[in-house]
Design a protein around this ligand. Structure first.
Ligand code: GLU
Ligand code: ZN
Length: 479
């Protein structure tokens, strides 16, 4: 009786098609819907739009759900799968046919292609010609019984469709440009636009929050809603996600799947914070938002109209921020797999703690930590501080070595090493001591400071590396 009234409770959904891994666009739509629901004591649903049997894969559905869960985005009520809902769709499709709001079309793909090509050559937007509009239902039934292939089209009214988008404002489309679009393959199998409308109605969805790429579907869906006497939900279309050159974000220019970022060592906290800013702005200078904080701060008013630029440096900045602030033990648990050839937990923790302020992603622990386990090859010249003479540097390394040899192995820790080295600096100059020692221990142009490295690799390995550096310098002097 009151079915064309909107429910008073907020109910939202995401409706991913399982045709690929969870990507940023879907993750953003999920996050905004989730936040809106949580902030308003509403309900957030997941609906899997798997009507495209060829392209839909269970493994993608799993990837989408697993990664949403990993991000901390949880849903209420049971997951809906369109492939399991033929019985629900059937009466609605039947009703549209019976009321003559839809009709069978028997045109073959080749004929439609030919008409399309002709329209385009005349500079017209391609649309269905209306060829089967007046086939009588009994005749259509007969042709179907005889095995003729068919689909079902909507009789689209020739008028303007107007709707209000809560972010973009009033939007008008001229429906006569659509032509009679296809709504179903048969009486049990709707295609995208019809399935969405029926499912949103059946789930009592109050607000449809989705990407702007769906905006041109909205008037089509509204036409169907009106024909089926459904209430119109509120619409919010989220701005497109753009590459830094402002082209539409695509897999070719950026890695777009959440799984790839996760495997590369991006933290969920960083991804959530970054994704929230893809089209939403708190209108303050605060940039750090946990999921909990987003729930309290998020509002539709903060959604922007303009496209949202995907800035990888910003994501790395967020990630570095969250890495720096994680407890060491957690960081160890998340990163230990990058240290597969080392079983020494304390050593790994020291390495992590030494590098964590600098890494942009956890996988950098692997690439940046190789030298702790194996000294890279390097040129003797790298040991030379500015213009200092080679023999001075050689002599300094010799002094360090003899000091390092005197210490008890159990005393070979930063604080003791610092006392010794600072004593030598007094005689020589800081750069002339620290630089060659650092290079000798890391073999790299850039690395963490030397005494921290020395403590981690230990007395024996430090001495070996210093000797190796001295040999290199000697051969430069003689060679
Ligand atoms: N299945 C659509 C997609 O994956 C979403 C449809 C909708 O939100 O209405 O983009
Ligand atoms: Zn036709």
């Amino acid at each position: 009786m009151f079915k064309n009234l909107l429910p008073s409770k907020i109910r939202v959904r995401i409706a991913p098609s399982p045709t690929g891994q969870l990507h940023f666009g879907t993750a953003r739509t999920a996050l905004f819907n989730f936040l809106f629901a949580r902030a308003n004591n509403g309900v957030f649903l997941v609906r899997i739009e798997d009507t495209d049997v060829e392209r839909s894969k269970k493994e993608f559905e799993k990837d989408i759900l697993d990664n949403l869960t990993w991000l901390g985005i949880s849903w209420d009520e049971e997951i809906i799968r369109q492939s399991e809902r033929k019985k629900i769709y059937h009466p609605y499709i039947k009703k549209l046919l019976e009321k003559d709001l839809a009709y069978y079309c028997f045109c073959q793909a080749e004929d439609l292609e030919a008409i399309k090509a002709e329209q385009m050559s005349r500079g017209e937007a391609p649309r269905y010609s209306g060829h089967c509009q007046s086939i009588k239902p009994e005749i259509a039934q007969e042709r179907i019984t005889q095995g003729e292939k068919s689909i079902i089209r909507l009789r689209v009214p020739q008028k303007n469709i107007e709707f209000e988008d809560l972010v973009k404002g009033k939007i008008t489309y001229d429906a006569s440009l659509f032509g009679d679009f296809v709504i179903a393959k048969n009486e049990d199998e709707p295609i995208y636009n019809l399935a969405v409308v029926i499912d949103d109605f059946e789930s009592r969805i109050s607000h449809i929050i989705r990407g702007e790429d769906h905006i041109s579907n909205t008037p089509k869906q509204i036409i169907i809603q009106k024909m089926l006497d459904f209430p119109r939900p509120h619409y919010i279309h989220l701005p497109l996600i753009l590459n830094p050159d402002r082209s539409k974000m695509s897999k070719r220019k950026n890695i777009t799947s959440i799984k790839d970022y996760r495997e590369d060592g991006f933290l969920k906290e960083a991804l959530i914070n970054f994704i929230a800013f893809l089209g939403w702005n708190p209108k303050t200078n605060t940039e750090i938002f946990s999921l909990e904080k987003l729930i309290t701060e998020f509002s539709i008013k903060g959604i922007q109209k303009a496209g949202a630029v995907f800035n990888l440096q910003k994501l790395e900045w967020f990630n570095n921020y969250y890495i720096k602030h994680l407890p060491l033990e957690t960081l160890f648990e998340l990163s230990k797999d990058y240290f597969q050839n080392c079983q020494d937990k304390e050593k790994i923790k020291k390495i992590i703690s030494l590098q964590k302020d600098r890494v942009k992603k956890l996988s950098e622990f692997k690439t940046n930590s190789k030298f702790f386990f194996e000294l890279p090859n390097y040129e003797g010249q790298l040991l030379i501080w500015k213009n200092s003479p080679n023999d001075l540097i050689l002599n300094n390394l010799k002094k360090i070595k003899s000091e390092f040899e005197k210490i008890n192995n159990s005393d070979f820790v930063f604080i003791n090493l610092k006392k010794i080295i600072d004593g030598l600096v007094g005689e020589s100059g800081s750069g002339e001591i620290y630089w060659p020692l650092r290079t000798a221990l890391s073999g790299l142009k850039e690395s963490p400071p030397p005494l921290e490295i020395a403590e981690i690799i230990g007395q024996k390995e430090s001495l070996i590396r210093i000797e190796q550096a001295m040999e290199l310098l000697k051969s430069e002097l003689t060679g």
